[in-house]
Design a protein around this ligand. Structure first.
Ligand code: FMN
Length: 222
């Protein structure tokens, strides 16, 4: 059953633009987004995209989102008005997403820091992102993690493997090049398209391998 409701968490990994483009595409799809950002994510948003969230105001935030996407060459987006944005404070344990009784179609952590990966891997729930991820795993709902780090230590690799074994989709922010990207927007959309696929949200963001190039013999996978 679809509830048209997805948890979008942003933690303090690099690549805030992936989360921002994803937010816009989810709103464009008419989804109700439950947004939660860690303190580190807010710092990364400031550092990478000049987005400040000191006093969260939905209208001002969506305007900033529009400007950021414009700057990257995306064409936004009255689509921002289609869905619904619900923001939760990182320490708000009374938020619905802290409980398995609150139905969602899934959760994505994008970007996902190694700190948040470690917490999820070990069932630690000291903030709302970690708790909501824990809930999605225990309820056997889709949980997509978009980690960004390189190189990876054995500890980080083991934590990612633990998450994958517990049912999470580990989808590193590592775009392919076989679709011949020309712009930053192409690279961002490669990842956002894969995330939407795993959340079962229809989109037309990227050409699918084999669909518009008939006769090709090898499929490199995602
Ligand atoms: C600009 C910036 C970029 C960062 N990039 C990464 C990154 O790519 N991967 C990562 O795991 N941590 C990165 N960090 C460090 C995390 O933000 C830090 O470990 C933090 O404790 C994560 O907390 P959180 O998981 O609650 O968001 C970055 C921090 C900043 C300020």
């Amino acid at each position: 059953m679809r509830h048209n409701r997805i948890v979008l968490a942003m933690s303090g990994g690099s690549g805030a633009i992936y989360g921002i483009r994803l937010l816009e595409r989810l709103l464009a799809a008419g989804i109700q987004i439950h947004l939660c950002m860690s303190g580190a994510a807010e710092q990364v948003l400031r550092d990478e995209l000049d987005v400040a969230l000191d006093e969260f105001d939905e209208h001002a935030f969506l305007n900033e989102v529009r400007d950021v996407l414009d700057g990257y060459g995306f064409r936004p987006q009255d689509a921002l008005l289609r869905g619904r944005l619900v923001r939760h404070d990182i320490g708000d344990w009374s938020a619905g997403i802290a409980s398995g009784s609150f139905p969602t179609d899934g959760m994505v952590v994008c970007p996902c820091s190694m700190n948040t990966v470690a917490a999820i891997a070990h069932g630690i729930s000291t903030n709302l992102i970690q708790r909501a991820a824990d809930v999605h795993l225990k309820e056997r709902r889709p949980l997509v993690l978009v980690p960004r780090e390189t190189p990876l230590s054995p500890i980080q690799l083991e934590n990612l493997a633990r998450c994958a074994r517990a049912g999470a989709i580990v989808l590193p922010a590592s775009p392919g090049w076989y679709h011949r990207p020309r712009t930053l927007a192409d690279l961002v959309d490669f990842i956002v398209a894969r995330i939407l696929d795993h959340l079962s949200v229809p989109h037309t963001l990227s050409r699918r391998w084999g669909e518009s190039t008939p006769g090709t013999s090898t499929d490199p996978g995602a």
